[in-house]
Design a protein around this ligand. Structure first.
Ligand code: GTP
Ligand code: MG
Length: 454
């Protein structure tokens, strides 16, 4: 925290501008040395949140004409004196400015170091810091909106409330330990049970929402399966709007898995196209089919493609029976059916959608069904803060387990100091989420996932 750090905030390469970020106790001194403002008077008034045009020099040499944004501590992202240097977008120019800052006493920032300083200076909590990186890596509107709402502090407030409630429970127990009067005891035990139950329902609401949150953040692992030649790869290509997979009318065209991510109705799908499942003598095809079966196990959503004018086979029945909860059946090639007046296959399990990849039929219904599943009806479209990050979800689940354990101990008449052990654990777990109580190694792990300059 003593050092002054500098880094490129934009990606290297040719661009219209590049931005370098400089933050720390010596930042002002470095800028004073290198920057020659056009409007000296304004610059010397030390005005905050100003953009100043001028020349950037290294000793006598002019490196570029730049615009410098000035953010004086504590009113900056990091909470320190911070300068953002907007220079012309050549990698050479930016590199020379970076080197000049280093020569005058700054050091190159580590990944995520600006955000880590923001956290350590109390500008962000860990939930918000992790939302920053999620916002940067968002690929759909819904994941960006989710990250933005976490950055705005809605989730942090909910977790902070949870933490305060647990602290209150702990205070209540400690008072009970200090004044153990038998007649008060029964009443207190009922009150304590009420408090723990209330906190547990808060945990449950957050954990229920986290299923949706995690999918919005990471995407839904979606496997396309079916018999050969029913149109699986055609579906993949249509969803991607590009000819990614080879499509032919020869059964057994796809051998290996094809993985791509795609935005469907605002939800990120991690799509896997698989080899058509059938009895095959071909070694390569058989290996592909084995992979298809394996992919089904880990899938969060299965798109089972069947062909409108064919009867269901044992394989399709098996998939429907084993995975009915996560299957959407697409009855593809409905266009053929209209000509032949054949019977459409149906079965009581799974959700069925008449489909034609060739004629663009059924896509809207598929989108709606996926959204319905992800948002658990409409309940998750509300403004409830959603937890989405595995680290945070794990800590909250641990907190939930400790509270349940405390409740159990209370019910079987355990002494107060035993109950307080689990409540303390719950407090520790909930504190990890926002970073009230974290180890340095965890911080390193979190911030090293950021880009340099953020
Ligand atoms: N009539 C009609 N033909 C379709 C439709 N969808 C796909 N096809 C055709 O069906 C054939 C097989 O399509 P693919 O997408 O390669 O089928 P697949 O399920 O990936 O086949 P494998 O990779 O062999 O398992 C191609 O000739 C497609 O043009 C549809 O909705 N209607
Ligand atoms: Mg295929």
């Amino acid at each position: 925290m003593e050092d002054t750090i500098v880094a490129m905030a934009t990606a290297m390469g040719e661009a219209s501008i590049h931005i370098l970020r400089l933050s720390g106790s010596r930042a002002e001194q470095i800028i004073e040395k290198c920057f020659e403002p056009q409007n000296r008077e304004r610059w010397s008034r030390q005005e905050n949140f100003t953009l100043n045009l001028g020349l950037f020099r290294d000793e006598d040499k002019i490196l570029d004409e730049v615009l410098i944004g000035r953010m004086v501590a504590p009113f900056s992202y990091t909470g320190e004196n911070t300068y953002e240097i907007n220079c012309h977008g050549g990698p050479f120019v930016a590199q020379r400015i970076l080197e000049a800052c280093i020569r005058h006493g700054a050091r190159l920032a580590e990944p995520g170091e600006f955000s880590k300083r923001a956290f350590l200076n109390g500008k962000l909590d860990l939930v918000q810091a992790e939302a920053v990186i999620d916002l940067i890596t968002s690929r759909t509107e819904s994941s960006a909106n989710l990250a933005l709402s976490q950055l705005n502090g809605g989730l942090s407030r909910s977790i902070t409330k949870l933490r305060e409630d647990i602290l209150e429970i702990l205070a209540f127990i400690e008072a009970g330990i200090d004044f153990p009067e038998d007649d008060v005891e029964t009443l207190d035990r009922e009150n304590l049970e009420f408090l723990i139950n209330n906190t547990l329902s808060h945990c449950k609401r957050l954990l229920d929402g986290s299923k949706t949150g995690k999918i919005l953040r990471e995407g839904l692992l979606t496997v396309i399966v079916g018999q050969p030649n029913v149109g699986k790869s055609s579906l993949l290509n249509a969803l991607l709007h590009e000819e990614r997979a080879i499509v032919t009318d020869i059964p057994g065209t796809t051998r290996d898995e094809i993985r791509e991510s795609v935005n469907v109705g605002g939800i990120l799908l991690q799509l896997v196209d698989t080899a058509g499942i059938c009895e095959s003598k071909d070694v390569v095809e058989r290996l592909g089919i084995e992979r298809a079966w394996k992919a089904l196990k880990s899938a969060e959503l299965i798109l089972l493609v069947v062909q409108a004018n064919l009867h269901l086979t044992d394989v399709e029945y098996e998939i429907l029976n084993t995975y009915s909860d996560k299957v959407i059946v697409l009855i593809n090639k409905m266009d053929l059916l209209e000509k032949n007046k054949d019977i459409v296959p149906v079965y009581e399990k799974g959700f069925w959608i008449p489909f034609s990849v060739l004629h663009g039929k059924g896509f809207t219904q598929l989108e709606e069904e996926i959204r319905r599943r992800v948002y658990q009806g409409e309940s998750m479209l509300s403004t409830d803060p959603l937890l989405s990050n595995v680290r945070q979800i794990t800590s909250l689940s641990n907190c939930d387990c400790s509270l349940k354990q405390a409740l159990e101990s209370l019910k079987i008449g355990m002494p107060w100091d035993i109950i307080s052990i689990d409540i303390r654990l719950a407090l520790q777990f909930v504190s990890e989420i926002t970073g009230h109580n974290v180890q340095e190694t965890l911080l390193e792990d979190i911030f090293s996932r950021f880009c340099i300059g953020k």
